[in-house]
Design a protein around this ligand. Structure first.
Ligand code: NAP
Length: 309
């Protein structure tokens, strides 16, 4: 019988666990927890739209099970898997090959099964580039970016991508300042050129301090929230409306509600903003393109995400 969430025990007894299930299970997302993941809705819509006889499921895998679970994928007929919290870092060391982007970011969110070989990729960084372009018709490389939550996994992927894109300016902000500072030190070689002439440095790490945030916002075009602040409707906005201005663009990676606390603050001052559904969509579309070497059916995927509870 089809399940909402499969387990490591199922993977160990896959032919029995999936007997009679159609279309055959070929793709998954590994997570802990994973029951909330919208990826199956998006990818199953894509598979159906492309007429591919396969389906995508959730796999609840604990950190202790990860290494054995990923090794069971080839023999169980999988083409690949996505990887979500908390496995993205650990997955990197389990790959036979890792693409350059994933290695530099230090995390894998997409695995391709190539015979018995496991190949790792990261589509989170390129996903934000496409999301920003599709939401605001601007390119990350032309923007002065302030990144909130530079100490987390998503924040790191976005910060590295800003470096790869050679964006105009990057300000890293994190509650635990030391993590933002360490990331800035790592990114320094990518920001050496004096692309921007002005009173502020191209790359800075700052502590979470309202006066400093307010100053830096005067030299910012795009604010990206990669903290988990705002996942609950009752959370405060990571930046108060009082320090926002209408010229800013605000992108919240959170997609649990249409108008997150940050986006509601943006509305108060009339600034443009979008939630993280487009990043989820584009990182998923890029995974699909890696697995099938064809363009992803974006409209079908977007509709499925919007309709997913
Ligand atoms: P993570 O590794 O646990 O990082 C959490 C980050 O949030 C850290 O920088 C942490 O700061 C910061 N933070 C947590 N609570 C905070 C608070 N009360 N005030 C200020 N900062 C706080 O998590 P993650 O995987 O990077 O995910 C972060 C966010 O990105 C989540 O909201 C997730 O939904 C979103 N995300 C979206 C997509 C997408 O496709 N749209 C993909 C991935 C992630 P410290 O370092 O000080 O702890």
């Amino acid at each position: 019988m089809q399940k909402d969430v499969y387990t490591f025990a199922d993977l160990q007894d896959w032919p029995n666990a999936t007997a009679g299930i159609t279309p055959p299970i070929r793709l998954s997302v590994f997570g802990d927890p994973v029951a909330h993941s919208k990826s199956p809705a998006m990818h199953n819509a894509a598979l159906a739209a492309c007429g591919i006889d396969a389906q995508y499921i959730r796999l609840q895998i604990s950190p202790g099970e990860l290494a054995d679970a990923v090794r069971l994928l080839p023999e169980n007929g999988f083409l690949g898997t996505n990887v979500t919290i908390p496995h993205k870092v650990a997955m990197l060391s389990l790959m036979d090959e890792v693409d350059d982007n994933a290695r530099k970011i230090g995390t894998v969110n997409t695995v391709v099964i190539d015979g018995k070989k496991l190949r790792g990729f990261n589509t989170d960084g390129p996903g934000i580039v496409r999301a920003v372009r599709s939401e605001f018709s601007v390119d990350l490389r032309d923007l002065r970016v302030m990144l909130l939550g530079a100490g987390g996994g998503a924040g790191r992927a976005i910060a590295m991508q800003c470096g790869f894109e050679n964006c105009e300016r990057l300000v890293l902000v994190n509650r635990t300042f030391e993590k933002a500072k360490a990331l800035a030190d790592e990114l320094q070689p990518l920001f050496r050129s004096t692309k921007l002439l002005g009173p502020v440095a191209r790359l800075e790490a700052i502590p979470w301090d309202e006066a400093q945030l307010k100053f830096q916002l005067q030299h910012t075009d795009l604010v990206i929230n990669a903290t988990s602040m705002g996942m609950k409707f009752s959370d405060p906005s990571p930046l108060p409306a009082s320090i926002l201005t209408p010229n800013l663009i605000l992108y919240d990676t959170i997609y649990t509600s249409a108008r997150t606390p940050l986006l509601r603050a943006a509305d108060e001052v009339g600034a443009r903003s979008a939630n993280g559904l487009s990043m989820l969509l584009h990182q998923g579309a890029l995974s699909f393109e890696i697995w099938f070497n064809r363009e992803a059916p974006l409209d079908a995927m977007r509709i499925a995400l919007q309709q997913s509870p």
